[in-house]
Design a protein around this ligand. Structure first.
Ligand SMILES: [Zn+2]
Length: 246
């Protein structure tokens, strides 16, 4: 069985009722944290998890609403006395991410655990049940990146976790569902960004053989109204704090 717990269903705009994007997945004896939006450490403390409970952290892309909470998470695990190796899979610029930790006085020499900053390309090698797909979310930044000669590679990923009971896909942020349409095919549950793509893009996911489509990242108003008027047995709004099972 797989348990998908929504720790943050908010968008990039802070909300009085919602935390930023973060999902805790427990599947076949492993525990994964997908994205670390602001507030994820507080949500994890409410679950009373052992500091060694997390097997891996996966950051899909570097927008603050997906990564800002990782710094406090690392500090919390250090203070809580974690001992187990912690791999963090990063979308790009692993070396620069390590430098940011040093800037924040988060020195791995102080930890009782080994922190491994790994590229997303290692994810499937380390966890064969996980797959990743590059999506279109960061494609609009080319001009700014070129202008400032930055090292950013516009990497934003969607993640798929396989289990005997069925697969879970986390779209993370996307501009269009077309960029992940093949990747989600036949999964059981899709946690879908319904804040960025147009409504018709979201509804298109109905044809991909999915059992359940949970809409997150603060679905846009058109989508919320459509769901309120005509409840659907495939689409529903993801509720923060809820656990969904496969
Ligand atoms: Zn986001």
């Amino acid at each position: 069985m797989m348990e998908i717990r929504i720790l943050g269903a908010g968008s990039g705009m802070p909300d009085k009722d919602l935390h930023s994007s973060s999902v805790l997945v427990q599947s076949e004896g492993k525990t994964f944290l997908l994205d670390c939006g602001d507030g994820c450490s507080y949500s994890l403390t409410k679950l009373d998890l052992d500091p060694d409970a997390l097997d891996a952290v996966i950051i899909t892309h570097y927008h603050p609403d997906h990564v800002a909470g990782v710094f406090l998470l690392i500090q919390m695990l250090y203070l809580a006395g974690r001992e187990k190796v912690l791999p963090i899979y990063l979308p790009e610029r692993e070396q620069d991410f390590g430098d940011v930790l040093k800037m924040f006085y988060t020195f791995s020499e102080k930890f009782n655990f080994e922190l491994r900053l790994k590229p997303m390309t290692s994810l499937t090698e380390d966890y064969p049940q996980m797959r990743y797909a590059l999506n279109d979310h960061l494609q609009g930044y080319g001009e700014i990146i070129a202008k400032h000669a930055l090292k950013n590679r516009q990497c934003a990923f969607s993640i798929r976790i396989n289990s005997k009971a069925g697969d879970f896909v986390y779209s993370s942020d996307i501009s269009s569902t077309d960029s992940i349409a093949d990747f989600v095919e036949g999964a059981h549950t899709l946690l879908l960004d319904a804040g960025h793509p147009a409504a018709e893009q979201v509804w298109k996911m109905a044809n991909r053989g999915l059992k359940r489509i949970l809409l997150t990242h603060r679905p846009n108003e058109q989508i919320r109204q459509a769901l309120a008027q005509k409840p659907d047995n495939q689409f529903e709004e993801a509720r923060e704090g809820s656990i969904y099972r496969i």
